[in-house]
Write a protein that binds this ligand. Structure first.
Ligand code: ADP
Ligand code: MG
Length: 582
């Protein structure tokens, strides 16, 4: 069954059902919760909102942000200011405006994230949180000093009604995040977390992915801040300190708040732990120590509550973690004929590389490589380990901008074009190392890589052609050889002019090489793409390649028709050594 014809309910019905149930549960809780807990309940929900936002940056996109409550303070500040300025509409209008303002600030804070990673990024966000801390203590929130508190709208004036209001906001935010996570934007976040290079080769801008993650996360924090303004009425900087942002980060990591439900769990822990400590007569500040210990536990076990629960759930359903999804079967004569025939290569040059040189320090990995790939041809690039094959692929796909020489695609000079734009121009590549994000499903990955060219029917056809599992399969459950095939299929779904495959068959069982070669051979005629394949298995090379280029110590040792090249004594000596026979 194609995923386009799946009934609407199974795709979108479940979250709407869960959302409605959450509102009903929130309503019941708002009625039965003892009065003194309702106020704490509001805090739990509001922090839940902030955590769902934080999960996008720390979980989905794999970055570190230690200033989530600072973004909340921006939202709260705007709400308080709109109140003192007498802007009509009340919280219903002020909260979204606060969210937008925080989102803009998030975008600005996200800018350093384009260049920084890990600890350096953490330091930037921490410095920002600390700076705003200091400023807030000086200037205070608008209205606080004059005693103008933020009023709640009449409909949600009581704590119980405000609790329900907060629950509704949380549900709306959760649904929006759920939709985003499943969109191309969300796939971009997951892809960036796994591999920036992989993201760029999908024609997707790493910059956009990081900035949108920061902006969306901050917007949601701003909304949470606006809710806090309505909750407390009189805002004080003590509710938005750096220390609390740090604790929130830890809670996000501990719970795995990129799972939306875990954001809610985190919100509950946020109020529950200090409350329990209070009851046991322990100072509430000790909650930070509890969070710290939980954080260390999480970081050392490299897991979180969300992942643990998911693993438990899978074990209960007895699904195995890695599934072998049917090997690539060799095709008989008849099946091959049914797939079409090879048209033979074209004559017009598609990729022209002139004098390409790359140095890593004193090592010359590529030394004046010149070659031409005609359209709809299959070229094999061979050579011993360390010859510079992967370096060549990195250079022509734009990841080594310091190289010398020129690269032309279809007659256009692309030497200075960044990787994601080369991908969009039709130069696609796969990787020797795994760059397929395990957090996506096969279908989401295909849509992400194929982008605008993604056509569900064609995606299904390509998956089947390369013996891949269906679109709903989580990539985490797919073995490495099949992942390579999914990567090839996805990049072909993008309708490239040239697809460069860096040892695509490395993860396949030996018997599958023949089956893969049969399919690869038909790629130019079926999908209109030229192929450049790096491959060690000469049997495979011989059965698919129109021409062969041999690289050794960064230089082209030989190139031409496969017969001529593979039989040249020089090549046999350099590449195959004495043992491998032709
Ligand atoms: P191949 O793919 O043909 O096995 P590579 O292109 O990966 O070879 O590597 C070519 C040479 O460049 C090797 O000597 C390798 O150690 C070196 N090299 C590759 N990438 C880097 C890098 N980022 N920094 C330094 N040296 C590198
Ligand atoms: Mg290599």
């Amino acid at each position: 069954m194609r995923f386009a014809d799946r009934p609407f309910l199974s795709a979108a019905g479940r979250p709407i059902l869960i959302a409605s149930a959450a509102v009903v549960i929130g309503w019941i809780v708002s009625l039965v919760l003892p009065g003194y807990l309702v106020y704490l309940g509001i805090s739990a929900v509001v922090i839940g909102v902030a955590l769902i936002g934080l999960g996008i940056v720390t979980g989905t996109a794999g970055m570190i942000a230690l200033c989530q409550l600072t973004f909340a303070a921006v939202g709260a500040w705007i709400v308080a200011w709109l109140n003192t300025a007498g802007v009509p509409g009340g919280l219903y209008v002020w909260i979204p405006l606060g969210g937008i303002a925080a989102g803009i600030v998030g975008l600005l804070i996200g800018l350093p994230a384009l260049r920084l990673r890990g600890v350096n990024l953490a330091v930037v966000t921490l410095a920002f949180a600390f700076a705003i801390d200091v400023i807030l203590f000086k200037v205070q929130f608008p209205g606080t000093l004059t005693g103008t508190s933020v009023p709640r709208p009449d409909l949600v004036a009581s704590d119980r009604a405000y609790f329900l209001f907060a629950v509704v906001v949380l549900v709306v935010v959760a649904l929006a995040v759920w939709l985003l996570q499943r969109s191309r934007v969300g796939s971009g976040w997951r892809s960036v977390a796994f591999s920036e290079r992989g993201t760029a080769s999908a024609g997707s801008s790493v910059r956009t992915a990081k900035l949108t993650a920061f902006a969306v996360s901050a917007t949601i924090a701003g909304i949470a801040g606006g809710l806090i303004a309505g909750q407390v009425g009189n805002l004080y900087p003590t509710g938005f300190t750096t220390l609390q942002s740090l604790a929130l980060y830890v809670l996000s990591v501990v719970t795995g708040s990129y799972f939306i439900a875990m954001g809610v769990v985190g919100g509950i822990l946020w109020v529950l732990i200090p409350e329990l400590l209070k009851r046991w007569g322990v100072p509430q500040d000790w909650a930070f120590i509890v969070f710290g210990v939980l954080g260390i536990q999480t970081l050392t076990t490299n897991s979180n509550i969300g992942e643990d629960l998911r693993r438990l759930w899978r074990r209960l359903r007895r699904s195995r973690s890695i599934v072998r999804h049917g090997a690539l079967e060799p095709l008989d004569e008849e099946a091959l004929r049914a797939l079409g025939s090879t048209a033979g290569p074209g004559t017009a040059p598609l990729l022209e590389v002139e004098g390409l040189s790359v140095s890593f320090g004193s090592l010359r990995a590529l030394d004046g490589v010149t070659l031409t790939i005609p359209e709809r041809s299959i070229t094999a690039l061979i050579g011993p380990n360390g010859a510079g094959k992967s370096t060549f692929v990195d250079a022509i796909s734009g990841f080594l901008p310091q190289h010398l020489g020129e690269v032309l695609l279809d007659g256009t000079r692309i030497t200075r074009v960044p990787p994601h734009k080369r991908a969009r121009l039709g130069l696609r590549r796969t990787y020797q190392q795994d760059r397929v994000p395990p957090t996506l499903t096969v279908g989401a990955y295909m849509r992400f890589i194929a982008g605008a060219a993604s056509d569900p029917a064609e995606v299904e056809e390509l998956l089947e052609y390369f013996g891949c599992p269906g679109p709903d399969t989580p990539i985490s459950s797919v073995d490495i050889g099949t992942r390579r095939m999914i990567e090839v299929a996805a990049n072909l779904a993008a309708k490239p002019r040239l697809i460069v495959l860096d040892e695509p068959a490395a993860g396949l069982a030996h018997e599958e090489h023949v089956a893969f070669a049969q399919r690869l051979k038909l790629v130019p005629s079926r999908y209109g793409a030229a192929v450049l394949i790096i491959e060690h298995d000469l049997e495979l090379v011989r059965s698919v390649a129109d021409s062969v280029v041999v690289l050794d110590f960064g230089r082209v040792l030989a190139s031409g028709g496969q017969d001529e090249v593979l039989k040249s004594p020089e090549v046999i000596k350099a590449y195959m050594g004495e043992t491998e026979m032709l």
